[in-house]
Ligand binder design. Structure first.
Ligand code: HEC
Ligand code: HEC
Length: 333
């Protein structure tokens, strides 16, 4: 384990240990609840390989092992690509927790068993590389390493190895994605209640300003909004995606602690804050929202919150361009 991971874990443990004091709103003498949603009947679970499995698998060539381990390293510490392909403070594992293996935290291996497939977000058939490229373009506010490059090979090898033993083209996968709460935002979900939940449960790590925490230049707690966060085109800007992710993974080490209502409200609050521009921006946030309504119907982008139209600006954060080349249509006629 590197020192950063050790630091994150010990800081996490520290905060978790002091949660009875930190958590306002919940009864302070109530023991911490850890509950995860149960998957519907008929779905199958897959135990993705661990680091130890990769290190000890006698069936893979050592050269392949090195590539998979490199992919894992890039997944856990994506900041090594900062300034080239990554322009915010995220690592892949910031959202795909448990090394991309954890159910209800967007386990990544299903992409390797269900792609190539049609993807509604960009309206064409995507490969595994293109799916990874999607998270670079939006979640990492960057651009994808070139298809076929060493970096892309390593990342896709990691994804594919994680799928070892899983069924090909079987979508009845338990704990896939994040969306356990469903995609209908309950009426009454609101900013002010979300802000209270945030201040009581999240600000201690992610900061009162949502900018997260760095120690010695290293990101310990990732930002939830602002220039260091995911951009306006990222899956996490959908209020339902964030609400489910948060309920099943946050506060760190306390999955299932927040009620449905608190999870929705805090997701709304976070996703009502400014962040780098959607790379698909046309120059007008309302127009961009309309154009990509199949996606933005679940976000607050291009809508007015607290008297301001969210996303109406030219700020791309640290990224010196708006749109990466890979965001282009593709069709076979
Ligand atoms: C800001 C959060 C965030 C970060 C950071 C992030 N992702 Fe994602 N990722 C998501 C969301 C949201 C989804 C969509 C899940 C859904 O559809 O519910 C997703 C989906 C995926 C999928 C598809 C999984 C499936 O079920 O088919 C893959 C593969 C993936 N991400 C890889 C990556 C890689 C590689 C990185 C780092 C380069 C990364 N992600 C960084 C949020 C993130
Ligand atoms: C004990 C510290 C801690 C607390 C408290 C905490 N988080 Fe996190 N959060 C983290 C860490 C660390 C990560 C990244 C996970 C990783 O890298 O393994 C993270 C990741 C996230 C992410 C995805 C990555 C990103 O930056 O967008 C979101 C969203 C998030 N937290 C929201 C919340 C919300 C909402 C709360 C309050 C309900 C909360 N967190 C409370 C430490 C914390």
């Amino acid at each position: 384990m590197n020192t950063l991971n050790k630091l994150t874990m010990s800081l996490g443990a520290l905060f978790v240990a002091s949660f009875s004091v930190v958590v306002v709103g919940a009864q302070s003498n109530e023991p911490a609840m850890v509950k995860l949603p149960t998957a519907k009947a008929g779905l199958y679970h897959h135990d993705a390989p661990t680091l130890e499995d990769i290190q000890n698998d006698p069936d893979i060539h050592n050269e392949l092992r090195k590539v998979i381990l490199k992919g894992r390293d890039l997944f856990m510490n994506t900041q090594q690509l900062r300034g080239e392909y990554v322009f915010n403070d995220m690592n892949c594992k910031s959202c795909h927790m448990g090394e991309g293996r954890k159910e209800w935290s967007g386990p990544v291996w299903p992409a390797a068993t269900t792609l190539p497939d049609y993807r509604g977000k960009n309206g064409h058939v995507n490969s595994l590389e293109e799916r990874i490229a999607g998270c670079f373009s939006f979640s990492m506010n960057g651009k994808a390493p070139e298809y076929g490059s060493d970096t892309m090979l390593a990342l896709s090898a990691y994804h594919q190895y994680m799928a070892k033993g899983a069924k090909m083209y079987d979508k009845k996968i338990a704990g896939r994605g994040f969306s356990s709460l469903g995609n209908k935002m309950p009426e009454g979900t609101n900013y002010a209640s979300g802000q209270k939940v945030y201040e009581a449960n999240c600000a201690v790590c992610h900061g009162a300003d949502g900018n997260g925490k760095r120690v010695d230049g290293q990101v310990v707690f990732p930002p939830l909004w602002g220039d260091g966060s995911y951009n306006w085109g990222a899956g996490m800007t959908r209020v339902f995606t964030a609400a489910s992710f948060i309920q099943n993974n946050m506060p760190l080490g306390q999955p299932g602690r927040l009620s449905d209502e608190d999870a929705w409200n805090v997701a709304y609050f976070i996703n009502a804050q400014e962040r780098p521009q959607d790379p698909r921006y046309t120059g007008d946030a309302k127009e961009t929202r309309e154009k990509f309504m199949n996606f933005h119907k679940a976000t607050l982008y291009g809508t007015e919150v607290n008297g301001k139209v969210l996303g109406q600006h030219d700020n791309t954060g640290d990224k010196p361009f708006l749109k990466p080349d890979v965001l282009k249509p593709r069709s076979f006629n």
